[in-house]
Write a protein that binds this ligand. Sequence first.
Ligand SMILES: [Zn+2]
Length: 302
Amino acid sequence: MIRIAVVVLSLLAAALPAGAQERIGVVASFSILGDFVRSVGGDRVAVTTLVGPTGDVHVYTPSPRDAKQIADAKLVVVNGLGLEGWLPRLVQSSGGKATIVTVTKGIKTREADKDGEAHGHSHGDDEHTDPHAWQSVPNARIYVANIRDALIAADPAGEASYRANTEAYLAKLDALDRDVREQVAKIPPTARKVISTHDAFGYFADAYGITFIAPQGVSTESEVSARDVARIIKQIRASKIPAVFLENISDPRLIQRIAAETGAKIGGTLYSDSLTAENGDAPTYIDMVRHNIRTLTSALAG
Ligand SMILES: [Zn+2]
């Protein structure tokens, strides 16, 4: 009997890839957090992402498969600040015992600007808070440190590995932050004004000194009124804003219309709330920030 049990166990172990039986199951709410978790967790974690590449995390309808993934996970990594309004119900319905890790803990949040407050439809206590904190690279450092601490708490045996991965990744983020500042310095100060679709770049704007103006508030759930569009068009003309930008998660037609009416050129696509698939322009967070700053400088520095 014992011999049979041993044989069955060794067959089970053989069926799994090396080390897989020890992997920590982590669910990340959207692709950017999934990339951070992979960077810190390395081989010790198995990461799944609920809102995948080019998905819109503001307005997401979870599937039964998502509930199953949460039920099986040890950690669920979320942004918080009202971004994932659909998540609490999903976690509750999953019945799992995963620890929820809010990775914006310790971040100095910014208020949604006046327009975001007027039109944003985010949820609960976070109604007036801008959730897009990851768009500032110094904030990404805090996300990564929170993920490191959560992984160490969930898997103390992996502490050395998580610390080493984090140090290596933070060094890359520091280099990225320096590069963004160097690139911004190439844009004439009077040209550091950008129109984007929804108000997703407030933290980027605060960190790097570029003004972003968006017809839509901090959530893509909000409706854009004719008045909002008229206001933006007036602003583009008054401030001689040279370029407007599309977003990977938003309908391009609004920005195309604004460009047509003002004569501002379309400077390209910015990645705000989502990474791309592996073969796209921004499969990782670092690629995303590099793509965005390259797009901005090539449209504004000329
Ligand atoms: Zn957003």
